[in-house]
Design a protein around this ligand. Structure first.
Ligand code: DGJ
Length: 392
């Protein structure tokens, strides 16, 4: 009898797993990076620099609406929904730019890299984005925040600002600050002395009272429900990771500087087996460059840099794309989708998307390989490795 039950348990577990697989929402329809991705209306998805919220069995994709001839925001943040990550329904404009010329988000401002997270305590959907005031280039470097009662919006704009004015980052030392007071003058730009000064906080100190600059950004919600805003700061020279308040609508005041003077933007982050991984890009405007990879045992670091995670042809330009988000796929153990934008600055509306499954070395280090097509339903690290072995 005992033996019978021992046999039954693995069989039951297998049947349960098969049942879960049969119920999986994912389809065999392939993901084809770089191609035209039509929505339910047959129009190419217009949600750039975006991110995905998974909520109640639905994926919500938020991104920048791009126009024919300009990358400035003429419409706002769009939202699409999907059950399988392949078929997307247009949900409309989640956050609209304003017709009021006095508004901070007036039509023609720069509104980039929106991300939305859900706050379990308040039941609200919270959107953060990078905001540049109309006609001021990229000098404002502000973070905007908006809130909604439903995932597709409409979101209500709450305001924008620089981050954590007058608050010291947790990893800035007295020694770093003393370094400036000892400097006779600011070194010439891009000299080794200048890079050292930037790394020790040249811009950090300059912006201390008014708040730190915040451009390219992402959000990350940890297992304990705490949320973090990760953004390119200090003239894009240094990243900051800043904890959000419990309602996610402001910053808690806890933050660290990451990769000082490393010139990173486009941060995208995920956590696997207790390690935080972050993929970023260098700073070359709309042109692609090599991705960077960092890891840390805690969200506040210490962050360590690894070699470029991309492999194969065009790995030195991230296959033509720039990171925007990393999506852990529910129900697919170890499937994290690396999402990137192939920008088309001369025809922004036609910018394309790269979605690739992140792969892992034996020691757990993530890496990327280009795939013309792949599908989520079939994707499984174990089977991929077997197939690869057969091909070798
Ligand atoms: C690169 C950034 O990643 C984009 O979001 C955008 O700000 C462009 N630079 C503007 O040149």
């Amino acid at each position: 009898m005992k033996l019978f039950f021992h046999r039954l348990i693995p069989i039951a577990a297998l049947l349960a797993a098969m049942g879960a697989f049969a119920c999986s929402p994912y389809t065999y329809q392939p993901i084809r990076s770089g191609e035209n991705w039509p929505d339910d209306r047959g129009e190419h998805i217009n949600a750039h620099g975006g991110g995905i919220l998974v909520h109640d069995g639905t994926f919500y994709w938020y991104g920048e609406h791009k126009s024919e001839n300009t990358s400035r925001a003429l419409v706002g943040v769009t939202c699409y929904s999907s059950k399988d990550l392949v078929n997307w329904k247009y949900e409309g404009v989640a956050l609209s730019v304003s017709d009021d010329p006095e508004s901070e988000i007036t039509r023609g401002c720069v509104l980039e890299r929106p991300k939305v997270i859900f706050n379990r305590k308040t039941g609200k959907y919270v959107m953060w984005f990078h905001l540049e005031l109309k006609g001021k280039g990229y000098s404002a470097a502000r973070s905007g925040v908006a809130v909604s009662d439903s995932p597709a919006g409409p979101f209500t704009y709450l305001g924008s600002d620089r981050v954590n004015p007058g608050i010291m980052a947790e990893n800035v030392t007295e020694k770093d600050l003393a370094y400036f007071d000892a400097l006779p003058e600011t070194p010439k730009e891009w000299t080794p002395e200048w890079l050292t000064a930037v790394s020790k906080g040249l811009f950090f100190k300059r912006d201390f009272e008014g708040g730190q600059m915040a451009r390219d950004m992402t959000l990350f919600v940890d297992d304990d429900g705490k949320a973090y805003h990760i953004y390119a700061s200090e003239e894009n020279m240094t990243l900051n990771i800043a904890e959000l308040s419990d309602d996610y609508l402001s910053h808690s005041g806890r933050y660290v500087r990451v990769a000082p003077a490393g010139q990173n933007e486009a941060p995208a982050i995920f956590k696997r087996n207790g390690t935080y991984w972050m993929i970023t890009s260098g700073c070359t405007g709309w042109a692609p460059n090599a991705a960077r990879l960092f890891s840390a045992p805690s969200i506040f670091g210490p962050w360590k840099q690894h070699p470029n995670p991309c492999r194969g042809d065009q790995s030195e330009i991230t296959y033509g794309g720039q990171s925007t988000y990393i999506l852990p796929v529910p129900g697919k153990k170890d499937l994290f989708i690396f999402m990137a934008d192939i920008w088309r600055p001369r025809h922004p509306i036609d910018a394309r998307y790269i979605w690739l499954p992140i792969q892992f070395d034996a020691d757990g280090t993530p890496y990327l390989e280009w795939m013309d097509t792949w599908n989520i339903k079939e994707y499984c690290i174990y089977f991929r490795k077997m197939r690869k072995k057969k091909l070798d």
